[in-house]
Design a protein around this ligand. Structure first.
Ligand code: PRX
Length: 661
């Protein structure tokens, strides 16, 4: 049924169970949820009366005006905290200053380059953030940004990125952050779809000792659209760039002569906080819409409970994701900062200048909470355990993973080598669309099993069902759905109501369909089996196979392309492309390289195929549909199996299986 169906079969045999360490609560000075029983009781109550549950959480935040009603739900439309007025930036920054915690660290930033004196480190307290964010918010206003304008952000991992995001929230301008690895074409597509007139970028970003030319990419993107009126540029790498007056202005210039106080806009609970583009099953990425209050409430609570974050406990929390993905939005900025915890941002690659860079960072900054992707863990395993072993990781309390299923071997390595067998691992299942954690262990309460994301978060009614919505018996695969609304759920796809309904609320009547298949074991634990649509998860990054296909066929040489996922030791899923060529081109390695570069140019380096196979025909049904199932078998080096009666020409498959890359 899915790419990793086979692997899951063996995973389900997993019977190692790890109870929360006996001394965990004592070591951490307490826990929000202390036992399995407490979790169960809270979960039952939260599902029975979600309005009461989420309303009580919302009381902890700052409101300009309290809501009249917790929830209005008419599938697929949810309105949370109806009538409330709130500001995200106030809750992440000003609230802590007002409460007397302005001198607490908000952001610890470390740059990638390591000079003789070590890496560059910047620390910003919550009071510093209040000033920096206010100044930049005033600068944005001076440049003409108004409440409701969508601001595009395409930056490296520098503190100004967090400042820019929060400044937008402060003045009620939704942000649309684009991951710095995306191409000029991808920027142009997103700017156009969002109708965005403002872009914030950097001259460049450091990555493995080289400069990624962010501003040059923006210039190229803006040659494809004339929507954008102003570009603000942060000087980071001091690489040579073109500044186009009057469109382009330097960040340091625009903040030079503005006031350092700026009021927070009183936003309606349901005003858009941000747009974030993600891949779906068609070629065009979709702009996922998140609104303000529900998103804040959900990310606040999940950050606190999933990681057991406690104020004033000398926490240093580090999520290694980029702010360009939902993980960075929710668990570097919004969720973590609402909890008043120092959030570490690291600019660069995990293996620069050496393979122990992450562990060096953990040691020097005394990291207590570490959140990363399984693909990174697999890379660390390959590089060898001597690298983490050289560093003191004794401050770690909780480890997390996100973005893709974690294989039990990687889980065990993480547990043993990084966690020294004393840190609970929280394997968090969620999505860009869900805004925050949905299925995850709670560190002091949930016994963990390697490879399972365990049980739904409080207030989350997740289930595995068949197409009719009936819950599947334990052990049987089915569709992963959420039966009741939750506060941080997406409110739509920007400009495409029908696609929103079709993608998430049509497969199973009245329920949110996540696009994943899953099973539950006899403990009720969830095992994610993989995507059921044409989305693949490459190194924890989500890509649509059709996006890659469109990029390939936009090259002159390619007549037809089919892209599928294939098993990959480090990336989890790699990209396999099958292409038929126009007769003027020869199928050789040079063309393979050209096509890889072309895909990077069209989408970004993360979308480069790992394998390109040229073929004279693709396996199709008699009605002309490409049989991807067979291509997945071929790409995985498996004997193609299953029903082949609909295959139009069996010899195509035989030729594909004989061919080598
Ligand atoms: O297939 C699931 C996988 O990542 C998809 C969501 O991708 P994205 O929107 O980019 O968000 C990633 C970060 C939240 C899901 O549909 N996925 C995410 N977390 C897990 C996972 N698969 C298995 N286990 C997880 N913990």
């Amino acid at each position: 049924m899915t790419d990793n169906d086979g692997a899951i079969q063996s995973v389900l045999q997993e019977d190692r169970v790890f109870d929360p360490p006996a001394d965990f609560i004592e070591r951490c000075g307490g826990a929000w949820v202390e036992s399995k029983e407490q979790y169960q009781t809270l979960h039952e109550q939260s599902i029975e009366d979600p309005e009461h549950f989420w309303g009580a959480v919302a009381e902890e935040l700052h409101w300009f005006k309290k809501w009249d009603k917790v929830l209005e739900w008419e599938c697929p439309d949810a309105r949370w905290f109806v009538g409330g007025r709130i500001n995200a930036c106030w809750n992440c920054v000003d609230r802590h200053v007002e409460n007397g915690f302005g001198d607490q660290t908000a952001i610890i930033w470390e740059g990638e380059p390591v000079g003789d004196a070590g890496p560059e480190v910047r620390r910003l307290t919550y009071a510093d953030m209040q000033v920096e964010v206010s100044r930049f918010a005033n600068a944005l206003k001076k440049l003409g940004v108004q409440r409701g304008d969508i601001v595009t952000i395409y930056m490296g991992m520098v503190p100004e990125l967090a400042i820019a995001v929060l400044a937008c929230a402060r003045i009620g301008a939704p942000h649309s952050v684009i991951f710095g690895g995306f191409s000029a074409q991808s920027i142009a597509d997103r700017v156009t779809d969002a109708g965005s007139k403002f872009v914030i970028t950097c001259d460049g970003a450091w990555r493995r000792g080289s400069v990624v030319e962010l501003k040059a990419n923006v210039d190229e993107a803006l040659s494809m659209t004339d929507l954008v009126e102003q570009v603000v540029v942060v000087r980071r790498c001091e690489n040579e760039i073109d500044m186009h007056a009057p469109r382009d202005v330097w960040w340091h210039d625009v903040v030079a002569d503005v006031d350092d106080t700026c009021p927070c806009e009183e936003m309606d609970s349901e005003d858009m906080l941000f747009l974030l583009y993600t891949s779906g099953s068609t070629g065009k990425p979709k702009g996922i819409v998140h609104t303000t209050a529900g998103y804040l409430v959900h990310t606040f609570l999940t950050s606190r409970y999933t990681f057991n974050l406690r104020h004033h406990k000398n926490h240093v929390y580090w999520c290694t994701a980029d702010v360009g993905w939902i993980t960075g939005h929710s668990y570097i900025i919004y969720g973590i900062m609402q909890n008043g915890i120092p959030s570490l941002m690291y600019e660069g690659a995990p293996n620069h200048p050496g393979p122990d860079r992450f562990w060096d960072i953990c040691q020097r900054h005394e990291v207590t909470h570490f959140y990363t992707a399984p693909t990174a863990i697999r890379a660390f395993m390959k590089w060898g355990e001597e690298h983490p072993r050289r560093h003191d990781l004794s401050k770690l309390e909780v480890l997390g993973t996100v973005g893709e299923p974690i294989n039990p071997e990687a889980w065990m390595w993480y547990h043993r080598v990084i966690g020294h067998e004393r840190c609970p691992i929280v394997d968090t299942w969620w999505q860009t669309e869900t805004g925050g954690h949905m299925i995850t262990p709670l560190p002091a309460a949930t016994p963990t099993v390697p490879g399972s994301c365990t049980l739904p978060f409080l207030g989350i009614d997740a289930a595995v069902v068949d197409e009719s919505g009936a819950e599947q018996p334990h052990g049987s695969g089915g569709l992963l759905v959420v039966r009741k609304p939750w506060p941080s759920m997406l409110r739509g796809i920007h400009g495409d109501r029908q696609r929103f309904i079709d993608t998430y609320f049509s497969r199973v009547d009245g329920m949110y369909f996540a696009g994943d298949s899953a099973r539950r074991d006899e403990r009720g634990y969830f095992w994610i089996m993989g995507r059921m649509d044409d989305v693949i998860n490459v190194s924890g990054h989500r890509l649509g196979t059709m996006e890659v296909e469109s990029a390939l066929v936009s090259h002159d040489s390619v007549v037809e392309a089919a892209v599928v996922g294939m098993p990959h030791e480090i990336k989890g899923t790699g990209i396999a492309a099958f292409c038929t060529l126009s007769p003027d081109w020869s199928a050789d390695d040079r063309l393979r390289d050209t096509l890889r570069a072309h895909v990077a140019e069209e989408i970004g380096a993360i979308a480069k195929p790992d394998m390109i196979r040229f073929t004279d025909a693709l396996p199709k049904t008699r009605s002309g549909k490409i049989m991807r199932r067979l291509l997945r078998d071929v790409a995985a080096g498996r004997e193609a199996g299953g029903d082949m009666t609909t295959l139009e020409d069996l010899s195509v498959l035989a030729r594909l299986q004989d061919d080598e890359d």
